[in-house]
Design a protein around this ligand. Sequence first.
Ligand SMILES: [Zn+2]
Length: 346
Amino acid sequence: MEPPVKRNRIDDSINSITIKNQTGIDNLIDSIINSKNQPQIILGDEYYQTLPLIKVFIGHVKQPKDISKLFEILNEKLPLKYLLHLKRVRKKDILLSPVSFLNSDTQESIQEYIERNIPEIKDCFEYFREATVPLTPPLTRKQYMENLRHWSLNFHPNHYIETIMSDQPFKQSEARNHRIYMALTFEIVKWYFNIKSYEDILQSDFNAAVVVDPTINSVVTLAVDNRHEHPLQHPAMLAIDNVAKTQGGGAWKIDIDDTLKEDLKEKFKIQYGTRSGTAESPYLCTGYYVYLLREPCIMCSMGLVHARAKKIFFSLDTPLGGLKSKTKLQCIESLNHRFEVFTGFL
Ligand SMILES: [Zn+2]
């Protein structure tokens, strides 16, 4: 098949509207490349949410010397089970049990429960009270810090998660590469669809894809929207097909314009190439990074899962997107491949 023809799909009436302060597309592309902000990962909601809380009984101990004895007896007779992320003791307070542990039908108090079931400790407490504590363990240092006001917590930070969620998840040189490859997607859309400003981008739904082999810092393939010719030819699908082509497969084999490829090479100082055909030939998109101007739809997101892409980057959210907006395929544990997803280029 022939490559998509360069044409103007932005309606003239839209073009005729003068939008003040609109950013010209070249300025936008410059700012994408030169921004000091790093792409930000999109993880499951559990990493960002406020931890759910649960009500528990606390016993205030009369004598600090009794605490170690109480600690042992309670661990045996009233184990915390699923609340092991909570420390048992905080100063003279001891965590006894969730409030829901007592049978609400009998209306027995925690004091009566202890007198009946653990009489050997019944005189150790000055008073009992209820408190609210996190039901689930903190996954991030931020969640940990936010919940210390409730109760003392056991927390072992995951250093990879802390780094990847920070403001600087990448080395400077790596971050710059991500920005350059993302800028290519804008440059491709600009060239094919006569995009002149950021406003034009927002008024359209054009997309483009860049696939990179980070091990050799080389562009494996580029793709642009061809949905106007074929409903399935979204850029991510075309890009996956083109990668298959480098490995002896591929069904559509629609490459982007050669002149544009040369222009991009010169302007962005990139190189084209693949390890396909060598001893290190990758399987599908294994190890590859995929850059998309817009969040891919669910079909494309699933295609990228099947293709085993390693990291996906996109700039603009789309309402039916599969990596942030409608769902987060990268967070579905039952899928046999997981990739990391980043956004935050604009
Ligand atoms: Zn799609």
